[in-house]
Write a protein that binds this ligand. Structure first.
Ligand code: HEC
Length: 203
């Protein structure tokens, strides 16, 4: 219904007496709409790090290359034999490693290192070598073919150092249900007794 005296234009249709004003959308609004439509393809194709024309891959590769040039050691273990020896003899590191071991390794090695799916870590028999550096490498790289996951990408470097310290500290302890020894007998400090017998290669 139109009010008396209202002479604004009406649409032609009338449904059960209900009519509609003929109100076109404001010109500025229509223009804005057109501008956004034109903007999209330009935005999408614009060089830069947006859209399909943005060479995102090249920009990513460039940034990564620059980062790697600045941090050549990124992601690589920077642990040295001396550094690791200090960590292994630090009781607070052993304690930190025990927490990591309980959460991450005990399912396969038992909390006391007695062995389950994984070998007994308390004896001085080692499949892949028993020195801190060798243990560190085994933990980092894993032995995927034998069911030992590579932890290098899953744990932080400090966690791997600490858990190495904990594994070394298990040496000579008596677990509740020890698994039979596997690997080569070493000196108690993990060094090879017979230097002609190399620890098994990790695949
Ligand atoms: C899914 C099971 C599994 C988990 C989890 C696991 N391990 Fe193992 N681990 C194994 C198996 C299986 C082997 C034996 C590999 C072989 O026979 O070569 C092994 C071997 C090892 C060895 C080498 C022993 C030797 O005699 O040379 C060390 C050290 C070790 N694990 C430490 C760890 C630590 C530390 C963790 C936790 C961060 C861990 N493992 C978690 C299954 C596991």
């Amino acid at each position: 219904m139109t009010r008396p005296g209202d002479d604004r234009p009406m649409m032609d249709h009338s449904y059960d007496g209900i009519q509609e004003y003929d109100n076109p959308m404001p010109r500025w609004w229509l223009l804005l709409f057109a501008v956004t439509i034109i903007f999209v393809p330009i935005y999408y194709l614009m060089p830069g790090d947006i859209g399909a024309g943005g060479q995102r891959d090249e920009m990513y590769a460039k940034e990564i290359a620059a980062f790697k040039a600045e941090h050549p050691d990124f992601g690589k273990s920077t642990v040295t034999a001396e550094g690791l020896a200090a960590i292994v003899s630090d009781p607070s590191q052993v304690a930190a490693g025990k927490a990591v071991f309980g959460a991450t390794c005990a399912s396969c090695h038992q909390a006391d290192g007695g062995g389950l799916i994984g070998p007994n870590l308390t004896d001085n028999n080692w499949i892949h070598g028993g020195t801190p550096m060798e243990i560190h490498a085994t933990i980092t790289n894993g032995v995927l073919a034998k069911g030992m996951p590579p932890w290098g990408t899953l744990l932080k470097p400090e966690q791997i150092n600490a858990v190495t310290a904990f594994v070394r500290s298990l040496q000579g302890t008596t677990p509740k249900s020890p698994k039979a020894a596997e690997g080569v007998v070493t000196n108690p400090d993990g060094t090879a007794i017979d230097s002609t017998v190399a620890p098994a290669k990790k695949s």
